[in-house]
Design a protein around this ligand. Structure first.
Ligand SMILES: [Zn+2]
Length: 402
């Protein structure tokens, strides 16, 4: 079993040890008699760093613990057993992990105490972290007020800078401790106590006091498989999120000439004005396309009906659809339309043409007998008209009224 030095001192960044074993699993791994490297567990990712010996420095790229309690270090180059090495931990990465992990404890403790929610697991991600919370009566939402209350509670407790203590209690002592939840292991149970706010079994690394978590910011609380997934950032990450959000809000405020606190109202107003402007443009576009369609009307080419073969420049699908449906709402109309590279073949309900069949003969597309669409070029409309003329010689294109 490796002597885990981080148990006693989570701020031990350098240490000496001796290589006891090596193995090859997708690269070389080595084990030491003692190590301050934290192996991935309990949702907290591994440490990185290096081993120095004989003037060399070998990087550590992954750390895992096996069932026997041996900590294995994946190294860029193997180091023979018996070698004395000097280990160096990437302290910036570990402090970041301790800030997120410590904050998670405080948040889980507050959710338990204030709302009766049970935290199931921690995911410490590269950007943010999350916990899944099972709430009483299977509730899957937190109100804005509850989120604010939790954030304020945790941040107040962080500011009190209470000591964080980790130890291995005796069985008798363990039985008396007011733990937030029962330990998942029976032997070598390690307890973390953060002031009076949180006490639970945990083998992870923690800051020395709550103040060193810095701060917490809850990013979201969304339903997830019958639970609530609460995402958050702590410490330096919270500082970064605030800086980025604040900078973006400032920029957006400058663009929209409004103070940041009025951004939501300004954005809402702008959205409404944009929707109104779009409605106006669509109305105008619809009229333009409809005018084009009428300009190309020909009452002669197919007996009994008026056909329009029209090509128009690019336009949004909404005004095109509106113009088409208005045109064929009138009796006796057939329309072979090409807008940009989009074809629309449509007819009035009293016209005897299967537009679905017709469009398939000249381009890629399909639809209903009264209206079909597809991709094509203006020539497709001409070819379609030719087909109708040739194959429908002597035909009356107007359906008989029933
Ligand atoms: Zn912990």
């Amino acid at each position: 079993m490796t002597d885990r030095l981080y148990y006693d001192d989570a701020y031990l960044w350098e240490f000496d040890g001796t290589v006891t074993a090596g193995k090859e699993t997708d690269g070389p791994w080595i084990a030491l008699d003692r190590s301050a490297f934290y192996p991935t567990s309990g949702g907290q990712p591994y440490d990185t760093g290096s081993f120095c010996f004989d003037g060399k420095e070998i990087r550590v790229t992954d750390v895992e613990a096996d069932r026997e309690g041996i900590v294995w270090h994946r190294v860029e180059e193997t180091i023979p057993a018996g070698t004395s090495v000097h280990g160096k931990i990437n302290s910036e990465r570990r402090i970041d992990h301790m800030e997120q992990h410590g904050g998670e404890h405080m948040l889980a403790g507050a959710i338990w105490e204030k709302l009766g929610g049970t935290t199931i697991g921690l995911h410490l991600g590269a950007e943010d972290s999350s916990i899944d919370v099972a709430m009483p009566e299977g509730r899957t939402h937190l109100s804005e007020e509850e989120i604010r209350m939790l954030e304020e509670t945790v941040n107040d407790r962080i500011r009190r800078d209470a000591p964080i203590r980790c130890w291995f209690p005796t069985k008798e002592e363990l039985a008396e401790l007011p733990l937030r939840k029962a330990p998942t292991v029976q032997e070598h149970v390690r307890i973390v106590a953060m002031g009076d706010f949180e006490m639970v079994a945990c083998g992870g690394t923690h800051p020395a006091s709550t103040g060193r978590i810095g701060q917490i910011k809850i990013l979201s609380a969304i339903p997830s498989k019958g639970k609530i997934r609460v995402s958050f950032v702590c410490g330096k990450r919270a500082e970064r999120v605030f800086r980025e959000v604040f900078r973006s809000a400032k920029k957006a405020g400058n663009v929209m000439s409004c103070p940041t606190e009025k951004l939501a109202a300004c954005a809402g107003e702008l959205k409404a004005r944009l929707a109104e402007a779009e409605r106006k443009v669509n109305r105008f576009e619809t009229e333009r396309i409809l005018q084009d369609i009428r300009k190309n009307e020909d009452p002669e080419s197919l007996p009994g009906i008026t056909v329009s073969v029209t090509t128009a420049g690019e336009a949004d699908s909404k005004p095109v659809a509106e113009a088409v449906s208005r045109y064929v709402a009138e009796d006796g109309h057939a329309l072979l339309l090409c807008v940009g590279e989009r074809l629309t073949f449509a007819r009035s309900r009293d016209v005897d043409i299967d537009m679905n069949e017709l469009i398939k003969r000249v381009a890629r597309g399909g639809g209903r007998p009264d209206m079909a669409s597809g991709a094509g070029i203006p020539q497709c409309t001409e070819v379609a008209l030719k087909i109708l003329k040739t194959e429908g010689k002597g035909k009356n294109w107007r359906k008989k009224r029933i």
